[in-house]
Unconditional design. Structure first.
Length: 77
């Protein structure tokens, strides 16, 4: 495994014993085991916070309210 991963065999020993290893070593081992795709679970996706979503919704309602007021025709009387 160490040879396939391109790391020293002493580097594999800590992971076998449940100890911490570097991220680089972990990626090399995962690549050798062909399980690198498992890291996709940790991808960061940009999302709007609930507070920002509420602000956007409030702005939409205000714009719609303003448009309704502008669309109503007032008589000259």
């Amino acid at each position: 495994m160490a040879e396939e991963a391109g790391i020293n065999r002493w580097t594999i020993s800590p992971i076998e014993n449940g100890e911490a290893i570097t991220m680089i070593s972990l990626i090399q081992i995962m690549r050798a085991l062909n399980i690198l795709h498992l890291l996709e679970i940790f991808s960061v996706k940009q999302e709007i916070s609930p507070i920002e979503l509420a602000k956007l919704d409030q702005n939409k309602r205000q714009c719609a309210r303003n448009n309704e007021n502008n669309n109503t025709k007032q008589s000259d009387w």
